[in-house]
Design a protein around this ligand. Structure first.
Ligand code: UDP
Length: 366
């Protein structure tokens, strides 16, 4: 048994080492330090050209407060979700250019020992992935389209409020005392929880839903697809599961706002990150679950037997995301990231006339 003894040790150690952000603006700059540390000698034109040579990426320039972009963006809504933040900061940063990957998955450069200054929204937490993370488009628009949000999950500020309201409506002791997960089979890492739910429905309610790629019941592990459950409705349950999908799943930040306890399944070979993940601390903000889920039953049992402790972690997680992951902190992140890239760039950025100017109004509304 690890079991509960180890958990108590971890809880005590973590409580004594808590390092909290004090300022929403710079809370996540630790990730910028980490992503840019290999570029201490500067980003040279040859480095930039390597990133620019990768197919289906998007080239941006910000010059004298104007934003220019490759004419074609593979996913138009995603580029708009990025440009919302560029528009807000363009006047306040030095000239800069950068290449963005708008796919879910990072684009691996042919030779992994070579680094490329390519911006991507998610990457695995291990040393072979040099990409530079940016805050995903979905904080504003272009997020996954599901029945409850047919034009895509978007507007983090609005969904945050909806989630907080839903979380406040159901007191902790009225939540259903079970683990919960709804989502599609974008990664097989989710299978063990769905199988456990079929075997022990009193412990976990986890089922696969349909996404656009669904072809047959094979894609929902041999069962008919479950109905979609809106994110605010997740708040009825006490323990909410997050897994990687194709890359990091957008659901994680929402789950915290329910005032429920988040069980975050860490992936094999390094957790799939977004720019804010490294500030989330296991046992302080969430319960870490091993990739094969071998410990999940014991962890759920621990939470059920230690309700006060479980609630305390749930509240800490909620407060952290509520206070620090805001549209303001995302804008600060973009500004710091591009300012540092501009400083590291060793050549003069001059207007590339193949790019088109992005002229949108400030506070571009959906
Ligand atoms: N989602 C939801 N209710 C559901 C299924 C999915 O709210 O019943 C949300 C989910 O939280 C995520 C998005 O839809 O933000 C896409 O989920 P999916 O599992 O399809 O893909 P993922 O991006 O997690 O791999």
């Amino acid at each position: 048994m690890f079991k509960f003894g180890l958990i108590f040790y971890l809880l005590t150690k973590i409580q004594s080492e808590i390092k909290v952000c004090t300022d929403a603006c710079n809370c996540f700059f630790n990730q910028i330090d980490e992503d840019l540390k290999i570029w201490t000698d500067g980003i040279h034109r040859v480095d930039f050209e390597k990133a620019a040579g990768i197919r289906n990426t998007v080239h941006y320039q910000i010059i004298d407060g104007h934003i220019y972009r490759s004419e074609k963006c593979l996913f138009g809504q995603r580029c708009k979700g990025i440009e919302k933040f560029l528009i807000e900061i363009a006047d306040s940063i030095s000239n800069v250019e950068f290449i963005i990957n708008v796919y879910d998955h990072p684009i691996f450069y042919r030779d992994p020992s070579q680094s490329v200054p390519l911006l991507t929204f998610s990457k695995p937490d291990n040393r072979n992935h040099y990409h530079i993370m940016y805050p995903a488009w979905t904080f504003w628009q272009g997020g996954p389209a599901i029945q409850t949000h047919p034009s895509g999950l978007g507007r983090w500020d609005r969904l945050r409020d909806e989630m907080l309201t839903a979380g406040d409506k159901i007191p902790w002791n009225e939540k259903i005392d079970k683990g919960f997960f709804r989502g599609s089979r974008t990664s097989k890492t989710r299978d063990p929880l769905v199988l456990l739910s079929r075997k022990k429905p009193h412990l976990v309610d986890a089922a696969y839903t349909k996404n656009q790629a669904w072809k047959s019941i094979e894609d929902t592990l041999g069962h008919e697809p479950a109905d979609i459950v809106s994110l605010p409705d997740h708040c009825q349950f006490k323990y909410l599961f997050n897994f990687r999908g194709v890359a990091a799943s957008f659901r994680l930040k929402h789950l915290f706002l329910c005032n429920s306890l988040v069980f975050h399944v860490v992936s094999n070979g390094g957790d799939w990150l977004e720019f804010f993940y490294k500030r989330l601390i296991p046992w302080q903000h969430y319960i870490p679950v091993s990739p094969d889920l071998s410990d999940v039953e014991q962890l759920l049992e621990w939470a059920q037997l230690n309700d006060t402790e479980a609630q305390r972690i749930a509240i800490q997680g909620k407060q952290f995301i509520e206070n620090f992951l805001t549209l303001e902190s995302i804008q600060c992140y973009w500004k710091e990231l591009l300012t540092r890239i501009s400083r590291l760039t060793t050549y003069e950025v001059t207007r590339n006339t193949t790019l088109v100017e992005i002229k949108l109004h400030r506070h571009n509304e959906l």
